[in-house]
Design a protein around this ligand. Structure first.
Ligand code: PHE
Length: 340
């Protein structure tokens, strides 16, 4: 029997392989549960006492050799793989990395920014917590002016002076005018807050993009052409109308409608059968506002406009409920893949 073990020792010493499968078979043959080592250990009981010592020693030698051999062969294979480079086997199948998507509000915001950037507008930002001056007073809305009620305000502090959550990003335009002299071409995207009931169509937190253009001899027709360019770029629609309206900070003021069309049932529903959709407010900046911001209204004139991003995104993507934007349901968000 000892002879038999010795011949196995030779076999183990001679064994070479670079094939994992073969190495595994070898391991099972010697070291597996039903392997040769087990058979020999069982046979050990039958060995006469005076041979036990040598038998045991040889057997242990075989076991150590087999164990080391398996370990060494596996290590050789691994180190050869490492030599192939840090990337290992480049032909192995890649793991799928889930790619996120931008929020639809960001997508639409970026589209609007890009459209206006192409005609020379930069982007300006300001604080969400504002003082009364930048949100109201400078915009020709003095204290007790009834138009302050047009936008229900969240106040952070009322005494000694009003601090509030901005109700529009017109406040950013005030800040921009205070710091920059014309020519001014800027758009102000941002989050705004109004104390309104939450429903499918309105929310107390939403996003706006407001635009401001101030230079010498800026006229109402410049405003109209700019808006026409914008609606063509964003919606692919080239018919707009301006309806007289009122904003304290612009004079004259208008509401902008685009002709959406009446091709589908949805078109009928969202335009209430008229084909027209209101998308933003605009007007020529009131001279009082320019004066408040240290810009000479005798020298300069300008226009301003403002729109809600949610409303535009709802139109572009046919989203029926504004609340979907804020629920962050992955099934909703995954539908929006975009490069901007
Ligand atoms: N600030 C107005 C609003 O929030 C929008 C607007 C901006 C209207 C500029 C006219 C000119 O409703």
């Amino acid at each position: 029997m000892i002879q038999e073990i010795k011949s196995h020792i030779e076999e183990v010493e001679a064994f070479q392989s670079e094939d994992l499968q073969q190495i595994e078979e070898f391991r099972i043959k010697y070291l597996g549960k039903k392997g040769l080592m087990n058979d020999f250990f069982k046979a050990f009981k039958e060995v006469p006492n005076e041979e036990k010592k040598e038998f045991g020693k040889t057997l242990n030698q075989l076991k150590t050799l087999a164990t080391d051999k398996v370990k060494q062969l596996k290590e050789t294979i691994e180190s050869k793989q490492e030599e192939k480079g840090i990337y290992g086997d480049l032909t192995r199948p890649a793991e799928m990395a889930p790619i996120g998507s931008r929020h639809p509000i960001s997508i639409v915001k970026n589209q609007i920014i890009e459209i206006f950037a192409n005609i020379g507008f930069n982007v300006s930002e300001g604080p969400e917590i504002e003082d009364d001056w930048h949100n109201f007073t400078a915009l020709n809305l003095p204290e007790h002016h009834p138009a302050r009620d047009m936008q229900d305000t969240f106040f952070v502090q009322r005494d000694p002076k009003d601090i509030l959550l901005r109700t529009h990003t017109s406040s950013v335009q005030v800040r921009y005018m205070e710091e920059n002299q014309p020519p001014i071409r800027t758009i102000s995207p941002g989050r705004v807050f109004r104390n309104e009931d939450i429903s499918a169509r309105s929310h107390c937190i939403f996003h706006q993009v407001e635009g401001l253009y101030i230079d010498k001899k800026v006229s109402f027709s410049d405003l109209k052409q700019t808006l026409l360019y914008f609606t063509k770029q964003l919606f692919g629609k080239s018919k707009i109308r301006l309806r007289p309206s009122y904003f304290p900070f612009t004079e004259p003021s208008a509401e902008v409608d685009i002709y959406w069309g009446l091709e589908t049932e949805t078109d009928y529903r969202i335009t209430k059968g008229t084909g027209w959709l209101e998308i933003m407010g605009c007007g020529m900046v009131d001279p009082n506002v320019l004066t408040n911001c240290n810009i000479d209204p005798e020298k300069y004139s300008g226009f301003a406009f403002g729109m809600g991003i949610e409303r535009i995104a709802m139109l572009l993507y046919q989203i029926g409920d504004i609340r979907m934007f804020y629920e962050n349901d992955a099934r909703f968000l995954e539908q929006f893949k975009s490069s901007i």
